[in-house]
Design a protein around this ligand. Structure first.
Ligand SMILES: Nc1ncnc2c1ncn2[C@@H]1O[C@H](COP(=O)(O)OP(=O)(O)OP(=O)(O)O)[C@@H](O)[C@H]1O
Ligand SMILES: [Mg+2]
Length: 673
C-alpha cells in the first residue's frame, strides 16, 4: 500500500516533534506503524529504543503484528508497543527501588478498590453507593491531574470535597502500607518519579529515544506529563489524534492537550490528512454532517473515493427483544445473501447492559460472536457454577464439572477427601460422582469428610432422578437446595453485586426453560442438548485467543475506537441511551455526539441504526424518542424503514421468529448443498 503525500511527510519527519491531526479513517494509525518501520530501516534506530503507545491491549497487539509483518519478527524484537498503563507498569517494575517500594507489589482492581474505600470511609461517609462512586472518581481525577492528598485538601472547596480529600489521604496511606497500586497509580507514580529524579529520568530518556502515541486526544494530564518527561528536550516524538473522537473526558482526558502541544513545543510539525480510506461517501458524509453540530477548534475536511455506497438504514423495533431479533434476522440474511464472514459484522452499543439480549439471540441462532471488553454472560462465575451443576445432572461422568461444584457452596469437603476419592475412583475406572456411593470407600475415607461428601452426592442423585422426568422442576429444586442465593450474598463484594449475580442465574434458568419447552418453531430440546449448547458457547469463549476467529463482534462504542468493520449495527439510537440521560442532564451532549461519530465512522460499507419504541429502563417501561443524532443526519442518505402496522406481541414473536428460523433453515440447507 502506498502512503499519500501527507502520510509520507508525517512518516519521514523525524528530527523533531510531530502531530498528525486528522479525522477518522484517514490513516493515522497507519502512519504510526509505517513510521516505526521507517525509523528502524532508514534512520538507524534500534527497535528497543522505540516505544509506541496505543489505547487498548487489542490495539497494541494488532500494531505489533502489523509491524512484525512489515519488518520481520527479528528486526521488530524489543519494540515496546503497549498501552500507557502497561508502559507505566514497566517503569515501576524496573524502578521500584527508586520509588521506595518492594518488588512484590500487587495491583488493585475496581472491586478491591471499592471494597477498601467502603471499609476505610465507614465513619466518614454514610453507606451510599452513589457517594462512594463519586469518591472513587474524584480520587481518580485528582490522581490523573497529579494532585496528591495534601494538594487535594488545599483545593477542596466544598465540605464534601474536604471529606473526600481526607478519605483520599487514608486510602493513599493504606495502599502504600500494603504495597498495592491502583490503576491510576500506574501513570501517576512513574510521572512523579521522572519529575523528581533526574537520574531515573535520564535513564528512561536514553532507553526510549523515539516515542509514538496513538489516540492522543484521549490522554489526560498525567499521561501528557509522562510523555513530556520521556521525550525531554530532544522532543523526538509523533502523536496522532482526532479531537472529534475524544470520548474519555470522564476519565480526565483533555483534548486541549492537542492545543497545548503547540505551545509546549513551538517547533511542532503539524500534518493534516484529508482522505478517508475506510468508509463509503454516504457514511462519511453522514459522520461529517453530524459532527459539524459540535463547535470546532481545528478545521478538518475529509473525503472518500470509495464510491457513494448504499443508504444508511434505520430500523425500529417494538422493544429490546424485538430489536435483537431484528438485528439477528437481518444479519443472518445479509450473511447468507452476500456470502460474508461473521467477523465482518459489529454490533455497537452505548452501555454494556445492552449486550445481553443480543447475546441471547445470537446464541440461540448459533451465530458465533465475541464480546470485547465487558464480561460476556457465559464467562461470569455464577453462570459457570450453574452450568457445572447442569453438566453433572446430565452427565455424571463429568469430573471437572463435579470438582467445580463439590464445594460450591462450601460443604467442608476438603482437598484430602477429594484426593482419596480421586485415587479410589481412578483405580476402579469410575467417575468421582459414581465412586462416591461405593460402600468400600469407608476403608480409605472416614468421618466427617465422607459424611459430607455422601450427603451431597445422595442429595444430588435425587435431583438427577427427577431431572429425567421434570427437568425444569429439578433445576429449580437444585438452585433452591444449594441455597445459591445465600452463597452469592456471602461471597459477593456487595449486596448489589449479589443481586446482579442472582439475576444472571435466573436469566440462565429462563433461557433453559424456553429451550426445553420449545415453541412453534423450535423443537423442544432435552436438558442434555441445552447444556451442550450452553457449554459450546462457553468453550468458544475460553478458546478465544488473540488470533482472529470468525465471530460477530459485540462491543461498546468506547471499546470500538480505532477499529473498523464492513457492516455495523449501531443499536439503541434513542434519547436517554445515546445521548445518555446523564449527559443530557449535565448538558454534555457534545461528548455523546463524538461517541456517535466514533460509532458511525467504524463502518466501511453499510451502517444500520436501530431503536425501540418501548424499552425497560431501571425496571420501568419508557417510550423513548428517537435519538437527536438520527435527526441530525443528512436525511437524503438515510432510509427510515416505514412504520409497520402495530402488531400484537404474540404475532410479532411469531413473525420475528419465523423469519429467523426460516433463514436459519435456508442457511443450513445451503451449507449441506
Ligand atoms: N494510503 C493509504 N492507502 C490505502 N489505504 C489506506 C491508506 N492509509 C490508510 N489506509 C487504510 O484505511 C483504513 C483506516 O486507516 P487507520 O485505521 O490507520 O485510520 P485512523 O486515522 O487511525 O482511523 P481512526 O481515527 O478511526 O483511528 C485502514 O484500513 C488502512 O489500512
Ligand atoms: Mg486509528
Amino acid at each position: 500500500m502506498r502512503l499519500n503525500p501527507g502520510q509520507q511527510r508525517a512518516v519521514e519527519f523525524v528530527t523533531g516533534p510531530c502531530l498528525v491531526l486528522a479525522g477518522a479513517g484517514s490513516g493515522k494509525t497507519r502512519v504510526i506503524t509505517n513510521k516505526i518501520a521507517h525509523l528502524i530501516r532508514e534512520c538507524g534506530y534500534q527497535a528497543r529504543h522505540i516505544a509506541a503507545v496505543t489505547f487498548t491491549n487489542k490495539a497494541s497487539r494488532e500494531m505489533k503484528e502489523r509491524v512484525a509483518q512489515t519488518l520481520g519478527r527479528k528486526e521488530a524484537r524489543g519494540l515496546m508497543i503497549s498501552t500507557f498503563h502497561t508502559l507505566g507498569l514497566e517503569i515501576i517494575k524496573r524502578e521500584y527501588k527508586a520509588l521506595g517500594m518492594k518488588s512484590t507489589f500487587s495491583l488493585f482492581d475496581d472491586q478491591d478498590q471499592l471494597a477498601l474505600l467502603k471499609e476505610l470511609t465507614k465513619q466518614w461517609l454514610e453507606e451510599d453507593k452513589t457517594l462512594l462512586q463519586q469518591l472513587i472518581s474524584t480520587i481518580s481525577n485528582w490522581k490523573n491531574d497529579l494532585v496528591d492528598p495534601q494538594g487535594a485538601a488545599g483545593i477542596a472547596k466544598s465540605q464534601r470535597d474536604q471529606i473526600f480529600a481526607h478519605c483520599y489521604g487514608l486510602y493513599d496511606q493504606h495502599l502504600k502500607s500494603c504495597n498495592v497500586l491502583d490503576f491510576d497509580d500506574l501513570i501517576l507514580l512513574p510521572t512523579l518519579l521522572l519529575q523528581r529524579n533526574q537520574e531515573v529520568r535520564e535513564r528512561w530518556q536514553q532507553r526510549i529515544r523515539y516515542l509514538l502515541v496513538d489516540e492522543y486526544q484521549d490522554t489526560n494530564t498525567s499521561q501528557y506529563e509522562l510523555v513530556k518527561l520521556l521525550v525531554g528536550a530532544r522532543a523526538r516524538f509523533t502523536v496522532v489524534g482526532d479531537d472529534d473522537q475524544s470520548i474519555y473526558s470522564w476519565r480526565g482526558a483533555r483534548p486541549q492537550n492537542l492545543v497545548l502541544l503547540k505551545e509546549d513545543f513551538p517547533a511542532l510539525e503539524v500534518v493534516k490528512l484529508e482522505q478517508n480510506y475506510r468508509s463509503t461517501q454516504r457514511i462519511l458524509k453522514s459522520a461529517n454532517i453530524l459532527i459539524a453540530n459540535n463547535p470546532h477548534v481545528f478545521e478538518k475536511r475529509l473525503f472518500s473515493e470509495l464510491g457513494q455506497g448504499s443508504e444508511l438504514k434505520v430500523l425500529s423495533a417494538n422493544n429490546e427483544d424485538h430489536e435483537a431479533e431484528r438485528v439477528a434476522g437481518e444479519l443472518i440474511a445479509h450473511h447468507f445473501i452476500n456470502k460474508t464472514q461473521y467477523k465482518d459484522y459489529a454490533i455497537l452499543y452505548r452501555g454494556n447492559h445492552q449486550s445481553r439480549v443480543f447475546e441471547k439471540l445470537l446464541m440461540q441462532n448459533r451465530i458465533p460472536y465475541r464480546i470485547s471488553g465487558g464480561t460476556s454472560f457465559f464467562s461470569r462465575p455464577e453462570i459457570k457454577d450453574l452450568l457445572a451443576y447442569l453438566r453433572v445432572l446430565t452427565n455424571q461422568e463429568d469430573d471437572s464439572a463435579f470438582l467445580r461444584i463439590v464445594n460450591t457452596p462450601r460443604r467442608e469437603i476438603g482437598p484430602a477427601t477429594l484426593q482419596k476419592l480421586g485415587e479410589w475412583a481412578n483405580l476402579r475406572n469410575k467417575s468421582l460422582f459414581n465412586a462416591s456411593f461405593d460402600m468400600g470407600l469407608q476403608q480409605t475415607l472416614s468421618g466427617r469428610g465422607l459424611e459430607h461428601l455422601q450427603r451431597f452426592t445422595q442429595w444430588l442423585n435425587e435431583i438427577v432422578q427427577l431431572t429425567e422426568r421434570e427437568p425444569v422442576n429439578a433445576v429449580r429444586d437444585l438452585i433452591r437446595g444449594i441455597d445459591y442465593e445465600s452463597w452469592l450474598f456471602e461471597t459477593s463484594p456487595s449486596p448489589k453485586a449479589a443481586e446482579m449475580r442472582m439475576k444472571n442465574v435466573n436469566t440462565l434458568f429462563q433461557w433453559m426453560t424456553e429451550m426445553l419447552e420449545g415453541d412453534e418453531l423450535n423443537e423442544p430440546m432435552t436438558l442434555a442438548q441445552v447444556v451442550t449448547r450452553f457449554t459450546l458457547r462457553d468453550m468458544m469463549e475460553r478458546g478465544e485467543s488473540d488470533e482472529e476467529q470468525d465471530q460477530v463482534q459485540l462491543m461498546t462504542l468506547h471499546a470500538s475506537k480505532g477499529l473498523e468493520f464492513p457492516y455495523v449495527y449501531l443499536v439503541g439510537m434513542e434519547e436517554g441511551l445515546l445521548p445518555h440521560q446523564s449527559s443530557i442532564d449535565e448538558n454534555n451532549i457534545e461528548e455523546e455526539r463524538r461517541l456517535a461519530y466514533v460509532g458511525i465512522t467504524r463502518a466501511q460499507k453499510e451502517l444500520t441504526f436501530t431503536l425501540c419504541r418501548e424499552r425497560r429502563q431501571y425496571g420501568e417501561l419508557v417510550r423513548p424518542e428517537p435519538s437527536r443524532f438520527l435527526l441530525e443526519l443528512p436525511q437524503d442518505d438515510v432510509v427510515w424503514e416505514r412504520e409497520k402496522r402495530v402488531v400484537s406481541a404474540e404475532q410479532r414473536m411469531k413473525t420475528g421468529q419465523t423469519r429467523v428460523a426460516g433463514l436459519r433453515a435456508m442457511l443450513e440447507n445451503a451449507k449441506k448443498g
